[in-house]
Design a binder for this molecule. Structure first.
Ligand SMILES: [Zn+2]
Length: 920
């Protein structure tokens, strides 16, 4: 029976490959043909056959495998295949042999061919210009599951092996891979390039880039060569990233070496010139050589390279990190402060992966967050150390906020998510894996305390280096070191979808805490979390912490209240410094106490920010009125800090399509007659800061002031502030005459471009035409995306959306142009429907296609539109858009309910008038 059923198709429909053969080493040869956009390859894989089988099952997709080339050599004999089946839908290649494969190591050989595609995944083509001529380069992007589009392989993160790569390429091109070159052989116009064999790694980390490049380089103190590659003529733009990389490698080396050495040497270390007492508890000065028993960075070189066409932000390939140009290149003259910060944090994130991901790899995509959550969290440690003036931990709140916003949807998913098909993996590279992941790590670190957390991490890294780990492996290590119930605590955050809102009431002399799942829909879902509650009362010195382990609990705060004596009731802030991943809903009295504390400047930056975000979200879920949200916002009129003002702006309005349910927009949808006064109120709120900063950068001003000026002016332009619009247009005219004029430094450009577009309509197109001209003339990707994000006007939008799909806009950048205004969203929706077939052909499966849906569908605010979108996509459903579509439709429902609740808020018109004309 069994024998007869054993045909190749028995392996179809499985989420993972069978485990009867384990790859150990790949000898891979690739020969890309850049002119014809094709490639040929040959691979010999040493595999360990561990159980009796006549089959080998591995991944392959969009490849043609030459059946004649397939052989398996083992124990001095060569086995012939009887069948070679490639199942495209399952992305597997099944090889059947005449007889059972001998147990033990054998070598599978095969040859194949493929296409250099235009979809920015697998082995693909990117284009660039050199001396006015358009050229092709060949680039790989394998994460999550696209190595199989380049060569047949066991394409799962747990199937780690070594890779010996050889490339045959045109002699005049640069050819890079994970490891250094050992030898090059010239053969007329072609050269064969041999690379050192890699240490063991997962297939998704293999990389190859072939094209024309320049580079800048530097060595780390311990001799690792670091190069930043970019297009010819742009090397000056690579220097900042190079510097960050060299310093960051040093920091991580210390960090990782130190945490690994901790078990033997429980002492303090300097990190980036500063004591890191949270890392290690007892004073110690420097790392001595005896501790270097762990290899700091495991490869002999690190290359980082800017790729003109790139779907994600960057990719941490072992030893050859690829980036979008905007995430690697920094131009002193034309890049904004925000661009600089992005380059630094992305580089720090990718280099963190060289340990968290590349050295210790997740066992399966369910544990993707272990990679991404950790890299995100660690990149903040690095940025804080290199650039303390950026106050980057206050900006970490943005990560937390975005995690909370996505996870507040019923259609969210747990951090640990089941994956049934490779096509589902793309969608989980989202705010849950990155931002919620990083946030719960920070919450745990705060709860355990830095020393115990660090000790647990040390033993985890040590135990799983060069191997794979699951989420529970990390918890076990931390539990062993700390003696705390880490497993129980963290399972409630990583295995369970969503997060709680903690309702807090003060009754007599006790605080009553009650938890339920927070949902933007306003209903309270199931679920219970083990919540590390922190609170302080009247001062940051009066604190209490406890673990909330039940639905509700009461805490006696008599001592707190009596300590405040006759000075009235003190404010009480829960979730101190916003280190917990939950929201807090206070009773009326506690809320007004906090409002006063904000006005009196008693609260820290993070706490001021957290209160605003919780309140805003509770307003969206209709648990607080719009009237009371606006009243709270008015408490921030003297707010000095960048991060809080930036959040205030993003609560009001946003240029970014993901953040659609903003106060200004929702009021426009619910009560259009109030929009003028709401805008006036917003303008008043920012008056102080705008006057303080002015238009021109001050000598030696802070990085945060530079970022804030740009964001404030964007907001004022969008609210139609006349003085801002006039000044912007004046500066724009000067800039058009003289591009080197100092009137438009990079931090102002976005605001000025937004202002210019505010004045564009059918009969006055000149601003739009001028922006297009700048777009066409610049070769700086940051400037191009800045311009794409500003065209929103209904009279231009149709033409602009078509421009987005023209050959002038790289498909990686189209999503930046989708932030349409309320007035334009119907046009954009019709456009999306008309172009859908074209878009699916261009982008195929992948996360970029999902951005079209979230940007264009989510901003609607009626149940009818939700139904219309549902109807349109029902016949076009694919696994890779399913989750995003559900989330987008849920957002439309949330908006619709919010609109209804605002219309019922009878106090709103009066309150808006009062706030708009209040004199401070
Ligand atoms: Zn990452």
């Amino acid at each position: 029976m069994a024998e007869q059923n054993q045909n190749c198709s028995q392996f179809r429909g499985q989420p993972r490959l069978p485990k009867f053969a384990i790859p150990k080493r790949y000898d891979l040869k690739l020969k890309p043909d850049l002119a014809a956009c094709k490639f040929a390859g040959a691979v010999q894989v040493s595999v360990d056959v561990v159980s009796d089988t006549k089959f080998l099952v591995l991944n392959a997709a969009e490849l043609s495998v030459s059946a004649n080339s397939v052989t398996f050599a083992s124990a001095n004999k060569v086995l012939e295949h009887v069948k070679v089946d490639l199942f495209e839908e399952d992305e597997i290649l099944v090889l059947e042999f005449k007889e059972s494969l001998p147990i033990g190591v054998g070598v599978l050989s095969l040859e194949f061919e493929g296409t250099l595609n235009d979809r920015m995944k697998g082995f693909y083509r990117s284009t660039y210009e050199h001396n006015g001529e358009k050229k092709n380069m060949a680039v790989t992007q394998f994460e999550p599951a696209d190595a199989r589009r380049c060569f047949p392989c066991w394409d799962e993160p747990a199937c780690k092996a070594t890779f010996k790569i050889t490339l045959e390429v045109p002699s005049d091109l640069v050819a890079l891979s994970n490891m250094p070159i050992t030898e090059e052989k010239q053969n007329e116009n072609l050269k064969t390039v041999y690379y050192q064999e890699s240490p063991i790694m997962s297939t998704y980390l293999v990389a190859v880039v072939v094209g024309l490049f320049d580079y800048v380089e530097a060595n780390t103190p311990d001799g690792i060569n670091v190069k930043v590659y970019c297009q010819v003529g742009k090397t000056s733009q690579g220097k900042f990233a190079l510097d960050v990389a060299v310093q960051t490698l040093g920091l991580y080396k210390q960090y990782v070496v130190c945490i690994i050495s901790y078990i033997r040497h429980p002492k303090i270390f300097k990190w980036g010139g500063r004591n890191v007492s949270w890392l290690l508890p007892v004073p110690y000065h420097g790392c001595s050589d005896e501790m270097y028993f762990a290899v700091p960075y495991s490869l002999p070189k690190l290359d980082m390279i800017a790729i003109p066409d790139f779907a994600a932000g960057a990719m941490e390939n072992y030893g050859l990190v690829t980036y979008r140009e905007t995430a690697l290149l920094y131009d002193e003259k034309h890049s904004a402060a925000a661009n600089k910060q992005r380059v630094a944090t992305v580089v720090a994130h990718e280099l963190a992966h060289q340990w968290f991901g590349n050295l210790v790899t997740m066992e399966w995509w369910t544990h993707l967050w272990l990679n991404e959550g950790f890299a995100t969290w660690v990149s903040y440690l690095a940025a804080d150390s290199l650039f303390p003036e950026w106050k980057i931990w206050t900006q970490f709140l943005d990560e937390c906020t975005e995690g909370l916003r996505l996870d507040g949807l019923a259609e969210s998913h747990p951090i640990e998510v089941e994956i049934n098909h490779a096509s589902e993996i793309d969608e989980i590279f989202d705010a849950i894996s990155y931002r919620k992941g990083a946030s719960v790590i920070r919450m745990l670190q705060t709860y355990l305390g830095p020393e115990r957390f660090q000790r647990g991490l040390a033993s985890y890294v040590k135990r799983y280096a060069c191997s794979n780990a699951k989420t529970e492996d990390l918890w076990s290590a931390l539990e062993e070191e700390s003696g705390e119930p880490v497993n129980k605590l963290m399972n409630s955050w990583t295995k369970q979808v969503g997060y709680p809102v903690i309702s807090v009431k003060l009754k007599d002399q006790s605080l009553e805490f009650d938890q339920s799942r927070f949902l933007f829909t306003g209903s309270h879902g199931d679920g219970e979390w083990v919540v590390p509650i922190t609170l302080c009362c009247g001062s940051y010195d009066a604190r209490k912490n406890f673990l909330l382990q039940a639905k509700s609990e009461t805490l006696d705060v008599k001592d707190f209240l009596s300590a405040s004596g006759s000075s009235g009731r003190p404010w009480i802030k829960v979730n101190v410094e916003q280190t917990g991943f939950y929201r807090v809903k206070y009773d009326e009295d506690l809320s007004s106490g906090l409002r006063n504390a904000i006005e009196r400047k008693n609260l820290s930056t993070c706490d001021r920010n957290g209160i605003l975000d919780d309140y805003y979200s509770l307003s969206m879920s209709c648990e607080q009125s719009m009237t009371s949200l606006l009243a709270l916002m008015s408490a921030y009129r003297e707010e000095p800090e960048y991060i809080v003002l930036s959040n205030l702006i993003s609560v009001m309005f946003s240029l970014f399509p993901e953040f659609t349910s903003k106060v200004a927009k929702i009021v426009a949808d619910s009560s259009p007659e109030l929009v003028g006064d709401v805008k006036l109120f917003f303008i008043n709120l920012f008056q102080n800061s705008a006057e303080r900063l002015g238009w021109d950068p001050k000598p030696l001003e802070s990085h945060l002031d530079s970022m804030l000026r740009g964001e404030l002016l964007v907001a004022l332009a969008l609210f139609g502030h006349k003085a801002t619009l006039d000044e912007a247009n004046k500066r724009f005219r000067i800039f058009l005459e003289d591009r080197n004029s100092p009137v438009l430094p990079p931090d102002l450009r976005r605001a000025v471009y937004v202002a210019v577009m505010q004045g564009v309509n059918k009969s006055n197109r000149s601003g739009y035409e001028s922006l297009l001209k700048i777009y066409r003339e610049t070769d700086l990707s940051q400037e191009k995306t800045r311009i794409l994000g500003t065209c929103r006007d209904p009279e231009i939008i149709q033409e602009f959306l078509d421009f987005l799909l023209s050959s002038e806009v790289r498909s990686q950048d189209v999503v930046f142009g989708l932030s349409v205004s309320s007035e334009s969203r119907e046009i954009a929706w019709n456009w999306l429907k008309a172009k859908w077939d074209h878009l699916t052909k261009t982008y195929g499966a992948g996360f970029l296609i999902t951005r079209f849906i979230s940007a264009i569908v989510s901003p609607f605010s009626s149940y009818e539109k939700a139904a219309e979108a549902q109807e349109f996509f029902s016949s076009r459903m694919k696994p890779y858009i399913a989750r995003t579509l559900k989330q987008s439709i849920e957002r439309v429902h949330i908006n619709a309910t919010w609109v209804k609740s605002i219309r019922n808020d009878k106090n709103l018109p009066h309150a808006v008038k009062e706030l708009a004309y209040r004199k401070y």
